[in-house]
Design a binder for this molecule. Structure first.
Ligand code: ZN
Length: 169
């Protein structure tokens, strides 16, 4: 089963507030993959997360590089190589992937997070460290369930791969 990523136009993303502040990161600088949770309802839309980050937090765009929900759908946030706003001092080194929900991710959601991790390593050409947000910051994020999963090496029942047609460039 392949992974599908809904791109920004697919979920109605707003453009960054200030395009001049969009900062690109090269693959060699990406050394860690940081798992988050949104700590909200599983029905939350990426657009609602983006609106919150831009309008309430005052950020340039949605903070995360990717988001994943319980049915396994993955969403492009800032994407692979744009500096995110998800973990202080780790936004250049870290690709931030948020689970949409609180503390009870489905197997499908975990499979998609793992597929994004695998794809990041493939595109980087090196293994990225597996991290939960709380490994690099003082936070409860990504919750006990996801933290334990990350610490056990992100195991999944079925490794999913990304077909070439789904690769974002
Ligand atoms: Zn977090």
């Amino acid at each position: 089963m392949g992974l599908t990523i809904v791109n920004r136009s697919g979920w109605g993303a707003r453009p960054p507030r200030n395009p001049g502040e969009v900062e690109y990161v090269a693959w060699p600088a990406r050394t860690e993959f940081i798992v988050h949770y949104t700590d909200g309802p599983t029905t939350q839309t990426p657009r609602a997360v983006q609106d919150y980050h831009m309008d309430e937090r005052g950020w340039n765009d949605i903070g995360y590089n990717f988001l994943v929900r319980d049915d396994g759908t993955a969403y492009e946030g800032r994407g692979w190589l744009i500096r995110g706003a998800h973990a202080s001092d780790h936004n250049i080194t870290g690709i931030g992937c948020a689970y949409i929900g609180r503390n009870n991710p489905t197997e499908r959601a975990k499979q998609s997070i793992r597929a994004l991790y695998d794809e990041a390593c493939a595109q980087a050409g090196h293994l990225l460290a597996m991290r939960g947000h709380s490994h690099v910051g003082d936070t409860d994020c990504p919750g006990a369930t996801l933290l334990a999963w990350v610490e056990s090496g992100m195991p999944v029942d079925d490794r999913r791969t990304m077909p070439d047609s789904e690769r974002l460039v």
